[in-house]
Design a binder for this molecule. Structure first.
Ligand code: PTJ
Length: 253
C-alpha cells in the first residue's frame, strides 16, 4: 500500500482508494470493484464528502429496522470487505445481525478470503461458504444460505448492483442499501436507501445503534412507519443541488 501522509488534504479519500487496491492485490476485491469505487468517489464529490441530513435520517431508520428485526443480515462483497471489515463486524455485534458473504463475481477463493478477513476483524461466524438456497436470479448473487439472506427479514446490502435488491424486496424483505448514487436502480428500489459513503455510513450506524438500543420499541417502530424513501431520495438530490449551487456561486464574478 502506498503510504498516504496524514496531512494530505485528500487523506481519507486516498486511503480508501489504497484499501480497495490492496483488496484487489489480496484477492478479496474484484478488479471491477475498482471501477465501482471510482464511481462512488465521483458521487461523493458531488455530495461534498459529508453525511448529508437525509442520509443521517435514513441511517437512523435503518438502525431501527435492524434492531427490531428477527433475523437481520449484513451482506458483504469484495469492496465492503476491503474498505470496512471492522465496521461491519461492530455494527453486526451491536445490532445482533448475521454476516453473509455474497458476491457478484463469485469464486470460492474470494469467498474464503473475505470470510478470513472478516474473522481477522473480529467476526465469530460468517455465512456464505455453503449456499443451500437460491434467489430467482441468473447470476452468482443468487447463491445464499437458508439461515442467512434467504430467510432474513431485514438485509443490509451495501454497494449493490440493483437486481438482487429488487428480488429481495419482492420477497417481502426490508432492504437497506448504502449507495452514493441516489439515481441508481438500487437506491430507487430499496426500502431504505442510504446515500452516503460506506465508511461514514457504517460509522454513523454503529454510533446510532449504541444510542438507540436503549430506546423504547414504540419509538423505533414510529421511525420506520413514518419513513418515506422517495422523500429521502428527493432530499438527497436537493442537497446535492444546493452543494453544487454553492460551488457555482463561488465561481461567479
Ligand atoms: O465483490 P463483488 O464480486 O460482489 O462485486 C462488487 C461490485 C461493487 C463490483 C459490484 O457490486 C458492482 O459492480 O457494483 P456497481 O454496479 O458498480 O455499483 C456500486 C454502487 O456503489 C455504485 O452506484 C457506486 O456509486 C456505489 N459506491 C461505490 N463505492 C462506494 C459506493 N457507495 C458508497 N460507498 C462507497 N465507498
Amino acid at each position: 500500500m502506498t503510504e498516504i501522509p496524514k496531512d494530505h488534504p485528500r487523506y481519507e479519500s486516498l486511503l480508501a482508494r489504497e484499501k480497495v487496491v490492496a483488496g484487489v492485490k489480496m484477492g478479496i476485491t474484484s478488479v471491477q470493484g475498482l471501477i465501482a469505487q471510482g464511481r462512488g468517489e465521483s458521487f461523493d464529490y458531488l455530495i461534498g464528502e459529508r453525511s448529508i441530513e437525509s442520509a443521517l435520517h435514513a441511517e437512523r431508520v435503518a438502525v431501527a429496522a435492524l434492531l427490531l428485526a428477527n433475523n437481520p443480515v449484513i451482506s458483504v462483497n469484495g469492496n465492503v470487505a476491503a474498505l470496512s471489515p471492522e465496521k461491519v463486524v461492530s455494527l453486526a455485534d451491536i445490532t445482533g445481525a448475521s454476516i453473509e458473504v455474497n458476491l457478484f463475481h463469485r469464486t470460492e477463493t474470494r469467498v474464503h478470503l473475505i470470510i478470513e478477513q472478516l474473522k481477522a476483524s473480529g467476526a465469530s461466524e460468517v455465512l456464505g461458504k455453503n449456499p443451500d438456497a437460491s434467489l430467482e436470479l441468473s447470476h452468482a448473487r443468487r447463491l445464499v444460505e437458508s439461515k442467512g439472506i434467504y430467510t432474513a427479514d431485514v438485509v443490509l446490502v451495501p454497494l449493490e448492483d440493483g437486481d438482487r435488491c429488487e428480488k429481495l424486496v419482492e420477497m417481502g424483505k426490508t432492504v437497506i442499501t448504502i449507495d452514493l448514487n441516489p439515481l441508481s436502480r438500487t437506491s430507487r428500489t430499496a426500502t431504505i436507501s442510504i446515500v452516503d459513503n460506506l465508511i461514514r455510513a457504517l460509522e454513523n450506524m454503529a454510533r446510532f445503534a449504541r444510542e438507540m438500543k436503549h430506546e423504547k420499541k414504540e419509538e423505533l417502530v414510529k421511525l420506520i412507519t413514518t419513513y418515506d424513501n422517495k422523500t429521502v431520495l428527493f432530499e438527497a438530490i436537493s442537497e446535492i443541488q444546493e452543494h453544487l449551487k454553492a460551488h457555482a456561486a463561488e465561481m461567479e464574478y
